[in-house]
Design a protein around this ligand. Sequence first.
Ligand code: NAD
Ligand code: MG
Length: 389
Amino acid sequence: MTQRRVTVLGATGSVGSSTVDVLAGDPESFAVVAVTAQTNAAKLAEIAKRLKAKRAVVGDPSAYEDLRAALEGTGIEAAAGASALDEAAAMPTDVVLSAIVGAAGLKPTAAAVRAGHDVALANKECLVCAGEAFMDLARRHDANILPTDSEHNAIFQLIDGTDAADIGSYTLTASGGPFRTWDAEAIASATPEQALKHPTWSMGAKISIDSATLMNKGLELIEAHHLFGIAPDRLRVLVHPQSLVHAMVTFLDGSIHAELGAADMRRPIAHCLYWPRRSRTPIKSLDLSAAPSLSFEQPDPERFPALRLAQEALRRGQGAATVLNGANEVAVAAFLGHRVPFGSIARIVEETLMAADREGLLQVPASVEAALVLDGEARRLAVDVLERQ
Ligand code: NAD
Ligand code: MG
């Protein structure tokens, strides 16, 4: 059997670690080409050795010496810097798993697409930032984008073999985050420690905060719109605290198909890495007789305004989505740094969108590069807004 060649961008993170697990569990099926991280040279070197990668790359040049020293005598190449990340993404491979956090993942992921590689996409910010320009790039370079975010992976599985014209609506589920049952006042003053305690998933810091504000679900609506070409009015969100149903598709005749599985990212990751086949994985399949009962409720737009902001941005168009994403990254970093309260995150995003509108910036970026320029403008405006908080 020929091995599938895999590159992992953001290998030291939460999705990265789940990916490393899947790859290390089946060395006969996979040959690892390159692995990357931003700063953690020691952890990256461990991963590169465990997976017998050809190359390991750190984005931060100051981490190069540690990486080189840790890989001495192993035959694994070490490299550093932003352009080295892009080069690693473009190395000959079959699939690139994109698990960098934030719009920082856009350039290397676009480099993988330009090289014609299939991309298993966990990094949603890349799609929210560049939208149609990113999907166009993939079409032009004949690169399949395999949805790895759990809800999108569920839709990817659910629509396999169906005709989109037969589908009425698509529902993404949300756990509701750690503040699902909190009142507005308590939410407004929640601390980073409280916001990082996700009830069902174990994830990186940024997405954990996005899950607490429900911005994550908003970003995911925009992601679903681009991945599958779903019109905004056909996209729904339901809060489902058990996180066992990941998405649902409602057909015109009223039948609802749902995808269920344990809240474990190794499942969608394995689905993308083995695609279009399936394989056994070490993940226990869900025992429904032991599962809690499944419940569903509408999200509350009053207590979770970030979701509404993302829905408005989706309707408004790509410029608004790009600005929403950049402003959110600035606001979340400020919250994690204890510089603004939780309640300010959505306010900073909203005020940044209004400022960008006043400056006439909410135009559709025509290319990935234009999206990155607008992302930079959004960050500049968000910092101004933040300083006035
Ligand atoms: P994380 O913070 O745990 O890991 C991020 C990875 O990106 C690390 O390897 C880090 O070294 C690298 N990185 C950070 N900044 C970088 C930069 N500027 N340049 C290059 N590399 C950089 O994040 P995560 O939770 O694994 O999430 C990764 C992406 O996957 C996010 O877009 C997130 O929304 C998405 N996602 C995550 C989960 C999850 O369960 N964690 C689920 C679905 C989707
Ligand atoms: Mg998700």
